[in-house]
Design a protein around this ligand. Structure first.
Ligand SMILES: Cc1cc2nc3c(=O)[nH]c(=O)nc-3n(C[C@H](O)[C@H](O)[C@H](O)COP(=O)(O)OP(=O)(O)OC[C@H]3O[C@@H](n4cnc5c(N)ncnc54)[C@H](O)[C@@H]3O)c2cc1C
Ligand code: FES
Length: 259
């Protein structure tokens, strides 16, 4: 499976979107599409530049943000060694990609579906919206700290109902949590999908369980192999059993995972 899903592709473009004051760059990385048109949004890929040396032996996991006939797009926040190097790639360089990996989000046609994105958790929802059979059934609620134009939000808000809430300081958090919970209740007869930092997912999970709302959460655990071979990404499922996020997830029903 590892060999079958591994490809070498060329970088088409690295587009700089902005620098936040942490400091942290935001980039959109576009690669050649090796034939991943039937991927399922919520799936991810492991990326490793071919010229990386032995000091970075493992690829890094990223949600597949969108796919078109020619390209795969990833949306990356620079946080460390691997993401710094990915952000400095140039057109024509070779990248080794493994994927599409993991399970992906449910996408039932005609079901009112709330997409809850926290920060970089917006990445998989770009392709989700583009591939969904009935985008008019979708609503995107995006909570973010850096400026909105660092994210692909505008392109997404042209396709579905969308709202963005910015957290300027921790004083804004109670209002943001209240808005998330109220939106979830509006979709209590439908489906809620969430991707973002763990505290964000905990809020969504707790409210889904409390109000019996059907919800799925996508986890961003640190990974090494990405294909179920190393135990680098283990978490506990709803029954307390250890599961590998790369193999069983990264998307879990809210009741099926401990955060
Ligand atoms: C399924 C999945 C999808 C992801 N999708 C995206 C995406 O679309 N865009 C994006 O920018 N990032 C995404 N991530 C997170 C991304 O994989 C990490 O930010 C990246 O691996 C960090 O690599 P690095 O070498 O730059 O950082 P390192 O040098 O390895 O570490 C630097 C810092 O980043 C933290 N870090 C490392 N791995 C992760 C992680 N998985 N999640 C959060 N923090 C981490 C470390 O704790 C450390 O503080 C995803 C992760 C997973 C598991
Ligand atoms: S990252 Fe190796 S088992 Fe999941």
């Amino acid at each position: 499976m590892l060999e079958r899903n591994c490809r070498e592709v060329k970088v088409r473009e690295v587009r700089f979107l902005g620098t936040w004051d942490e400091p942290s760059d935001f980039v959109e990385l576009t690669l050649e599409n090796p034939g991943w048109d039937s991927y399922r949004p919520g799936q991810f890929a492991m990326l490793r530049a071919k010229r990386w040396g032995l000091e970075l032996p493992w690829g890094r996991p990223f949600s597949i943000s969108r796919v078109d006939a020619e390209s795969l797009t990833f949306f990356i926040q620079v946080v460390g060694r691997g993401t710094t190097r990915l952000s400095r790639l140039t057109a024509g360089e070779d990248v080794i990609i493994w994927g599409p990996l993991g399970n992906g989000f449910s996408a039932p046609a005609d079901t009112p579906t709330l997409l809850l994105a926290g920060g970089m958790g917006i990445a998989p929802f770009r392709g989700y919206i583009e591939k969904h059979p009935t985008p008019k059934a979708l609503h995107l609620l995006f909570a973010h700290r850096p400026a909105l134009d660092f994210y692909p939000y505008l392109a997404m808000s042209e396709k579905v109902g969308a709202e963005a809430i910015q957290e300027h300081s921790s004083d804004d958090l109670p209002g943001i949590i209240a808005r998330i919970e109220a939106a979830m209740e509006e979709y209590s007869g439908g489906l809620v999908l969430a991707c973002g930092p763990t505290p964000f997912l905990r809020t969504v999970q707790a409210h889904a369980l409390k109000k019996n709302i059907r919800a799925e959460v996508s986890l961003e655990k640190t990974m090494a192999c990405g294909v179920g071979a190393c135990l680098g990404c283990v978490c506990k499922d709803g029954q307390g059993k250890h599961v590998q996020v790369c193999a069983r997830g990264p998307v879990f029903a809210a009741a099926d995972v401990q955060l």
